[in-house]
Design a binder for this molecule. Structure first.
Ligand code: GDP
Length: 527
């Protein structure tokens, strides 16, 4: 690579930030995403003032922008520029759409923003998504939202992060009052006060101060709030964790920001700090060791395949995370699994500013490839020397259904459909040891619906799904397995590769089995 293009590659990688927002439904993810996009876009369009004003009519403004520029908040990846950064936000769908895809999408992110409702704290879906991120050891940033409403005390929330998620936290800013009494936040890093103004809190006044004892704070926010702030921050300084960037990078310490997405409050501080602290695109493991983003040759892997639910358009989109090098439209790459060269001619990128076919993209970006059925989740596409990225993790299913085919004559198509959809990662398939029944395992209800729909539309097979009472799957590693031990509130099945898996109806049944089989290992995922 010549020096000039090496420099460009380095710069392009350096400025990228690819992250996912993880939260429980209703915490405000859509609002935050919209605001960040609008913020990025609007600043470039008409300066900061407009961005702040826009908060009043966020939805309609947003829809107008959506119409004009053809962006969709519901799309899987959104890209925008801000302050010299190129930002990719990966969407993780809400609860009805929750699926293994949601988890896999997180493998394409280099960091995560955990969004928490100030009144509700850490909720069920946050925990699940957090754990997937924590396993990868990626940095996690916390945004505590809806500060304009009565909520729990910040100390209480920090305690909960530690108790429930096992992560220490370091507040980057601190609320001055809360709910109706909220007057602003204190930025601990910059030593400045950011005060809301106006009935809707849409204007923000920023005041530099000496420290949190500065008398200006009392003048601005009132004696009562100023005293409370000083007391709380003193406590934090003494008893709280200091900011430690190395710990943040390892995902052991989460920087916490307080704000209100709907009022645009705290967003700019959040975005700017986040962009500074969040990692640039990270290397990924492969059969050739770690692949660095600045490696000259292009490489990437498919982490999600989205089937078109419209029967008139059978095509799918394969989402590819670029791991290294530069992507250029029309380039030829090796599709490693099938051992063939393919041309990437019609890729889509999900730019907030325009949705044109992408001409170039770099490590950290996500591109959508038209998929006539040649891709599977985890596929590697590489330029030059051939290697494969590590397999994507699978996730322990939590919902189970017995599947039967309505018309026995369709058995062949049925088997073909099951095989292909399993390979694609749409579902996991098990067979019961006792009756050789087929059991599907998924993490979200939507996966059953997609399965049923695609079996009918793509394979012409009507299937019947019958929900089973199991909630947990554990892969068993043992010298000997006695099926008679898995009869009460549980059943023994085999996965595609013939591994034994026990399905349990409840935690108690699982605990009992584990206790009664001290020589066996029970794994959440396939070994
Ligand atoms: P999602 O389900 O996580 O995508 O949440 P939404 O963005 O749809 O927000 C859920 C609800 O919370 C909506 O009614 C939002 O208007 C509201 N909301 C979002 N952010 C805030 C906030 O900062 N303050 C208040 N009071 N409401 C908010």
């Amino acid at each position: 690579m010549n020096q000039a293009s090496e420099k460009v590659l380095r710069e392009e990688v350096e400025k990228r930030r690819t992250f996912a927002i993880i939260s429980h439904p209703d915490a405000g993810k859509t609002t935050l995403t919209e605001k960040l996009l609008l913020f990025g876009g609007a600043i470039r369009l008409a300066g900061t003032v407009k961005a702040r004003k826009a908060s009043k009519h966020a939805t309609s403004d947003w829809m107008e922008i959506e119409k004009q520029r053809g962006i969709s908040v519901t799309s899987s990846v959104m890209q925008f520029d801000y302050n010299g950064h190129r930002i990719n936000i990966l969407d993780t769908p809400g609860h009805q759409d929750f699926s293994e895809d949601t988890y896999r999408t997180l493998t394409a992110a280099d960091s995560a923003v955990m969004l928490i409702d100030v009144a509700k704290g850490v909720e069920a879906q946050t925990i699940k998504l957090f754990q997937v991120c924590a396993k990868r050891g990626i940095p996690i940033f916390t945004f505590i939202n809806k500060l304009d409403r009565e909520g729990r005390s910040p100390f209480d929330l920090m305690e909960e992060l530690e108790q429930v998620l096992g992560i220490r936290s370091v507040p980057m800013n601190w609320p001055i009052g809360m709910g109706r009494e909220l007057s602003g936040v204190y930025d601990r890093m910059k030593n400045q006060v950011e005060l809301f103004q106006g009935d809707d809190h849409s204007q923000i006044k920023v005041q530099k101060v000496e420290d949190y004892h500065d008398p200006i704070i009392a003048e601005m926010a009132g004696e009562y709030h100023a005293n409370q702030l000083a007391e709380e921050l003193e406590l934090l300084d003494v008893a709280g964790d200091p900011f430690d960037y190395e710990k943040v990078k390892r995902g052991e310490l989460t920087p916490v920001f307080f704000g209100s997405a709907i009022n645009n409050f705290g967003l700019q501080t959040f975005l700017e700090n986040f962009l500074e602290l969040a990692p640039k695109p990270a290397p990924r493991k492969s059969t050739e060791g770690e692949i660095e983003p600045v490696r000259e040759k292009f490489s990437g892997y498919v982490f999600k395949i989205q089937a078109n639910m419209n029967p008139a358009h059978r095509d799918r989109i394969a989402f590819l995370r670029i791991v290294s090098g530069k992507f250029e439209r029309g380039m030829s790459v090796k599709h490693v699994r099938v051992g063939k060269d393919i041309k990437l001619s019609q890729p889509q990128q999900f730019l907030a500013q325009d949705r044109d076919i992408v001409e170039t993209a770099y490590a950290g970006d996500i591109i959508g490839l038209f998929d006539p059925g040649i891709f599977r989740i985890g596929d590697s596409l590489v330029e030059g020397q051939t290697f494969e990225f590590d397999e994507l993790p699978t996730f322990s299913p939590e919902l189970f259904s017995k599947v039967t085919v309505k018309n026995a004559l369709k058995h062949k198509q049925y088997q073909k459909g099951i095989d292909q959809l399993t390979e694609e990662g749409t579902i996991q398939v098990f067979r019961t040891v006792s009756f050789d029944d087929t059991i599907l395992g998924v993490v979200g209800q939507l996966q059953f619906e997609v399965f049923e729909y695609r079996m009918k539309n793509e394979y012409g097979v009507d299937v019947q799904l019958q929900r089973q009472p199991f909630q947990f799957a554990r892969w068993i590693v043992a010298k000997e397995i006695d099926p008679s031990k898995f009869r009460i509130n549980s059943t023994l099945v085999k996965d595609k590769k013939g591994n034994y898996v026990a399905l349990f109806e409840n935690e108690y049944a699982m605990r009992t089995a584990i206790d009664k089989n001290p020589d066996a290992q029970f794994l959440e995922m396939a070994p």
